[in-house]
Design a binder for this molecule. Sequence first.
Ligand code: PLP
Length: 369
Amino acid sequence: MPIDRAAARAGAILTIDLGALRANHQRLQQELGAVPCAAVVKADGYGLGLEQAASALWQAGARSFFVALPDEGLRLRRCLQEAQIYVLGGLFAGAEPDYVESDLIPVLNSLEEVERWSAQARSLGKSLPAALQTDSGMSRLGLPDSEVECLAAEPQRLAGIETCLIMSHLACADEPTHAQNAEQLERFRWARERLPAAPASLANSSGIFLGQVFHFDLGRPGAAHYGVNPVPGKPNPMRQVVHLQAKVLQIRSIDPGRAVGYGASFRAPRPSRIATIALGYADGFLRCLSGRSFAWYDGQRLPLAGRVSMDVVTVDISDLPEDRLRPGDLVDLLGPQQGVDDLAEQAGTIGYEILTSLGRRSHRIYRDD
Ligand SMILES: *Cc1c(COP(=O)(O)O)cnc(C)c1O
């Protein structure tokens, strides 16, 4: 039963286990050996709360943090004064003073950004730190080979910039046998030789598990911290961090042939009991999970019946003993029996999207024991 009034007012309860988050950082650090492990906390700490996640990861030993946007960097700086904070999205034009004032390190992705950061440094009469990202094969962000060659030929373009990291990002690290992993490794080494001597970083969560040659000087995992399996197809070495429960609002018995939910997409094949649960796609429980996912109660798997609505989802509880489940009780949507990756598979997506969708309206509880 709900333990406090905020929980009593909520439909869904998202419990985030900060101890598991710290343990996951230590597990990743163990995999990296002597190479330090940074923490990627973009998108509000993958949806779990930037400040809470970052503080826990700092406690666990992380000293370098990566966000996507300068706005996220400002927020993170207010909670971690000592951390190194990198902004993956680059140097946003017009926001240069914010990077300087909040001591954010831009990940420079183009010559144009290099030029603006160098100009900023020269106008302040001091050197400014930056990471240089090279495009080793993702064709998304980073200096293309031609711009790497340009910096090699004209190193004065980096005047005033203290290069503290050379980095790139892997496209296929979750497929260890994919040929692109070795190709990107080669292209990254090629670029590194042409850029100022600095520590290097290539591996995201899955990249760490590709082996030591991918580790360089800094690991850069995000998803694995939050419980997503970095080695798909193999047992998950990470601990589950999130637990999503939702409240039973009403239970009804229906006759065979009766329809449930929008579009009448489910019709009861037998006399059925249907529980309506206070969780919908507005809570990030994706509508495409309709007819594909399950709620769990007391170790029992209960199939969704009909479409996921904005605020509620309906579940066939006919297999539970009568009166076992009552209005106000909580069922599990993410828990020990059904993890983030399971839900992602049912939805035809990845754990990353499940995590970042959750929690906008759920009542959050941060467990720390
Ligand atoms: C998101 C991101 C990461 C972290 O990736 P995970 O797969 O979540 O570990 C690392 N580097 C870059 C550039 C990213 O965008």
